[in-house]
Design a protein around this ligand. Structure first.
Ligand code: FES
Length: 152
């Protein structure tokens, strides 16, 4: 199958950007985004017994769970810069592609990312944690009780 001129220009631009950045082009493919479009069971409340980030679902589901200040919440594990998978390192969230860092809250601590990480809907019924990536909460909505679970 041959590319038309526009498709070629787009493909060449993406390829050169990936090479220049020294990163995997797969990380940028929107079609490769594995974020579920349905609720996902993410273990029990007891699995998140300390403050910090939990990245067990980051690679496969693009969900990062974070416990902080008496709350458990779920952020996207997709960097808001160019969609690479972020990792939990020490006490913050880091993107290996271009060096962006996010606080555990999901706000930008260091660019080039410019936008906070979106949070997903989360609930705890019978002690089981369910994250719903179809419910999204931007930073100005993080007070919404559907965007966190209280943990004592
Ligand atoms: S994709 Fe560029 S810093 Fe994350």
């Amino acid at each position: 199958m041959e590319m038309n001129r526009r498709e070629f220009v787009v493909a060449a631009t993406v390829a050169s950007a990936c090479v220049a950045g020294g990163i995997s082009c797969e990380a940028h493919a929107a079609s490769a985004d594995p974020t579920p479009n349905h609720p996902v069971e993410c273990g029990s409340v007891s699995d998140y017994s300390r403050d910090g980030a939990f990245d067990a679902f980051a690679k496969d589901k693009r969900i990062m769970l974070v416990r902080k200040s008496g709350r458990l919440y779920a952020t996207t594990a997709t960097c808001s810069h160019r969609n690479c998978v972020i990792k939990s390192v020490a006490n913050d969230l880091r993107c290996p592609c271009h060096g962006s860092r996010f606080t555990l809250d999901g706000t930008v601590a260091k660019g080039p990312a410019q936008h906070a990480l979106v949070r997903y809907g989360i609930s705890a019924a019978g002690g089981k944690i369910t994250v719903d990536p179809t419910k999204k909460f931007n930073q100005d909505q993080w007070h919404d009780p559907q965007s966190y679970v209280s943990v004592a």
